[in-house]
Design a protein around this ligand. Sequence first.
Ligand code: HEM
Length: 146
Amino acid sequence: VHWTDSQIKAINKIWTKVNAKEIGGEALARLLSVYPWTQRYFSTFGNLGSCDAISHNAKVISHGEKVVTSIGEAIKHIDDIKGYFAQLSQYHYEKLHVDPANFSRFGSVLIIVLARHFGEEFTPETQAAFNKLFHVVADALGKGYH
Ligand code: HEM
């Protein structure tokens, strides 16, 4: 994957201001609300009975924070996201049995959450850079599925 300087700049400009707990919590809550079948992987997380319950569920928020923090680490390895996520991919495949289509869905909701939080700063160029990033992330996490 080739990255231009302006794509990297656009990603970093936003990412330095990302609060992982706030953005990650909202993104995972939206995933579980918009694609309710994804709730099956989180049966130990307690009450996921309504959008309101999901968005206030402390386990959802803290796991969303973990996932977005992990994406932040991947950004630091932007030229080798595939290598960086190799083990995590295998873990999602072998242990968690997560359908890899959900990785792209998470990217889509994350774009929406970023757009909501950053408003005008989230320009079309910025959206394009993040769209590319989340495709690369989803692809890397899908690599352990053989
Ligand atoms: C756990 C990252 C997407 C389901 C984790 C962990 C990380 C992570 C870092 C913790 C691993 C550990 O404890 O060592 C990511 C990233 C994603 C992603 C970067 C980006 C797209 C998803 C999706 C689902 C999912 C879409 C399901 C729909 C899970 C589950 C766990 C987990 C069930 C274990 C939770 C627990 O019991 O603590 N993920 N994940 N992940 N992930 Fe993902």
